[in-house]
Design a protein around this ligand. Sequence first.
Ligand code: CTP
Ligand code: MG
Length: 191
Amino acid sequence: MVRVRGDTMNPILYTIMAALWLMLPAYITNASAAWFGGKTRVDRGRYWGKNRLLGDGKTYEGLLMGTSCGFLFGIVQELFLSDYLAIIPSFGIFPFFLVTLFCLAAGAMVGDLVGSFLKRRMGLERGVSLPVVDQLDFVGGAWLLLFLGARTWFIETFSVQIIVAVLCITPVLHLFTNYIGFKIGKKKVPW
Ligand code: CTP
Ligand code: MG
């Protein structure tokens, strides 16, 4: 069994790995929403002023499948995969990690909704790019819900270094996965 041990690892590499590990449920949530995104629009086609409330890109199928996949993947990480990564941070003790993972997954979807809401208020149509918001809205939502629902764990686990790493890595990863999503026809635009 290959064990990655943090105490013998380069600290920068460890921070990057911890950041990826901790945000993976939110990344899976986002990707699954795009993969399973369906038809039942959250705003039911309604407008607010001249623009749509949220737009055609926000559906209940995306919300439910995204949140479920991210949450379940997090459980697999905590219960099974963490054995292979000896000192990687935990999502908490049972049953508390279920709350942590729910906040990460549902928070990512809330952040994504807020991002689209803001884009529509700025008059941007669905799919028009808004740098920073497009790449980090779901991170903001996940952190907000963690702060509300799992504050002690969040403050103890997300060091300043990990937060900086997440903010640097996520946009790169997001652009890369969206490009793949575009190529395989799951996303309308490559961002
Ligand atoms: N999606 C969904 N339901 C959600 C979130 C995402 O169905 N709650 C799906 C949609 O098919 C969406 C795709 O995932 O097009 C990618 O999401 P995102 O990039 O956030 O949406 P955009 O289409 O770019 O729309 P927006 O301009 O509102 O960000
Ligand atoms: Mg979005």
